[in-house]
Every structure is written in structure tokens, then in C-alpha cells.
Write a protein that binds this ligand. Structure first.
Ligand SMILES: *[C@@H]1O[C@H](CO)[C@@H](O)[C@H](O)[C@H]1NC(C)=O
Length: 282
């Protein structure tokens, strides 16, 4: 092979690799994608950026946030939660914009005594208003291994997924007057902190500091957004909804594992359930 054709081969290969990278874009590196927000040394980036751990001790928790902001996308993170007696601890993982009329999409993991189930708390804020809690127990022990927690956010809906199983869908119901997050870019945030004044059985179970430091671990962050996918025609998440199989799985989770649904809490809303509850069962 002549050296000029070798060079053009190299060029073709590297162009191909570059376009592949653009499509899968931000298969993440924690150094590149995140900043530590508090807790100093309690937040650690390890293995060359492939792993991040948050720690909580008597004095402080810790947290991180994404450098980038996202307006729609699919965001996946693998998390392994605090093991053993995690009662009183809360691991929050969420998307949020800033300001008094901010939007927010929340996963929060409320710890528990050894052997008792974590509660996965979810919420959606639009234009500063939340009060849309749904809580679940999980069908596995989230402290034994990493599991994938995902948010699909497009202009029609927000889908919360656990290991690719939909657990909650928040539909865009602007046509009936429910504000939907669609114009404020959000960052990804996570933190591990002590909330033993409310988290476990309403604050009855206190954090056992003899077990500290408490550790949650993160890996395989992936974000697919419009900008990083400019080379693909259209990405699945942009129109992603639930097909029949997805609806069946959602129903399975909601029937077997949901422990709280604001849409069934008639006592809490004596003036009537929120508008979105009247429209969509899920
Ligand atoms: C802890 O375990 C108890 C007993 O199974 C359960 O009722 C509760 O929902 C669990 N979660 C929290 C956060 O208290």
C-alpha cells in the first residue's frame, strides 16, 4: 500500500470512529461530565473517571452535578445504593432547572433497616409546583448490585425507568391546563445526605452512625440529547412512548410495587384531585 492510501485509510477509519462517538456521544466520564457540589473528599471519582462514589458521615453528606444542561433527552445512570442499615439516609438523583418556577424530575431513594425495603420516591415539578409523588418498593435489592435508573424526557411525556422497565409516565397534558416541563434546560444532580428527621418510617428510625461512612456508587452514565445526536436521523427517545408490552410492565410495577400515589390520595386534595389525575390512570 502506498503511503498516501495508508493515510486515506487512516482518515476514513478515524472519521468513522468520530461519527460513532458522536452518536453514542456521552458514554460518560465523571471527570468530564460532572462537578462535585459539596462534601469535599466525601465525593470521589475513581477508576479514571468510570466510577463515582458519594459518602455520608456524621459531619456531612456529598453531592455532584452535571456540567451540561439538557433540554429533553434520555439519561441513564447505574447506581448501587447504601447497603446494610441505611435507615435515615437519602440518595437523591434528579434533573432540575433553576429559579422559583423551576422544573424538576426526581428519583429519591429512602434507606431502611437491613432487610427492609428501600422506598423509591418520584416526583415531577413543573413551573415550581410539585406535589406529584409516587413511591415504589423495588423488585430487587438495590444495594447488592448496580441497576440502571433512566429518565426519558421528550415533548410529549416523561418516562421513569428502572432497568428499562417503565415505572411511571407523566404525560404532557398542556391541552387541559397542566404545565409540562419543556422550555427550561435541566442539570443532573445527585446527593447523599442524612434525612432521619423524616425519611424512614416518617422519622421514627434514626441513622445509625456506627455504620458510617455510608456509600452510594455510580457508573455508566449516558446521556442522549438532541445536540449529541445531531448525526443520527432521529433518536428513539424523541418519540418514545409505551407500546403494549411497556404498558403491561408499567401496570405490573404499579399494581405490585407502588406504595403511594398522590392521584389516589383523596384526603390530601379535598378540593379534588389534580387535573392530570383525572385524565390519566398512570
Ligand atoms: C422500610 O420498611 C418498612 C417495613 O417493611 C416499610 O413499611 C417502609 O415503607 C420501608 N421504607 C421506608 C423508607 O421507611
Amino acid at each position: 500500500m502506498s503511503s498516501s492510501s495508508e493515510i486515506s485509510m487512516v482518515l476514513v477509519v478515524s472519521l468513522f470512529v468520530t461519527s460513532l462517538m458522536a452518536m453514542t456521544a456521552s458514554a460518560g466520564n465523571f471527570y468530564q461530565d460532572f462537578d462535585i457540589t459539596f462534601g469535599g473528599e466525601r465525593a470521589k471519582i475513581l477508576n479514571g473517571g468510570q466510577l463515582l462514589t458519594l459518602n455520608l458521615d456524621k459531619f456531612s453528606g456529598s453531592g455532584f452535578k452535571s456540567k451540561n444542561e439538557y433540554l429533553f433527552g434520555r439519561i441513564d445512570m447505574q447506581i448501587k445504593l447504601v447497603s446494610g442499615n441505611s435507615a435515615g439516609t437519602v440518595t437523591a438523583y434528579y434533573l432540575s432547572s433553576e429559579g422559583p418556577t423551576h422544573d424538576e424530575i426526581d428519583f429519591e431513594f429512602l434507606g431502611n433497616l437491613s432487610g427492609d425495603p428501600y422506598t423509591l420516591h418520584t416526583n415531577v415539578f413543573s413551573q415550581g409546583k410539585g406535589n406529584r409523588e409516587q413511591q415504589f418498593h423495588l423488585w430487587f435489592d438495590p444495594t447488592k448490585a448496580f441497576h440502571t435508573y433512566s429518565i426519558v424526557w421528550n415533548s410529549q411525556r416523561i418516562i421513569f425507568l428502572v432497568d428499562n422497565i417503565p415505572i411511571r409516565v407523566f404525560h404532557n397534558l398542556e391541552t387541559i391546563g397542566v404545565p409540562f416541563p419543556k422550555s427550561q434546560p435541566m442539570r443532573i444532580y445527585s446527593s447523599l445526605w442524612n434525612a432521619d428527621d423524616w425519611a424512614t418510617r416518617g422519622g421514627l428510625v434514626k441513622t445509625d452512625w456506627t455504620q458510617a461512612p455510608f456509600t452510594a456508587s455510580y457508573r455508566n452514565f449516558q446521556a442522549s440529547t438532541t445536540s449529541t445526536n445531531s448525526l443520527t436521523e432521529q433518536s428513539a427517545w424523541q418519540t418514545q412512548g409505551l407500546d403494549a408490552a411497556g404498558r403491561n410492565r408499567l401496570r405490573w410495577v404499579q399494581q405490585k410495587f407502588m406504595v403511594y400515589n398522590y392521584c389516589s390520595d383523596v384526603k390530601r386534595f379535598p378540593q379534588g384531585l389534580p387535573t392530570e389525575c383525572r385524565r390519566s390512570r398512570f
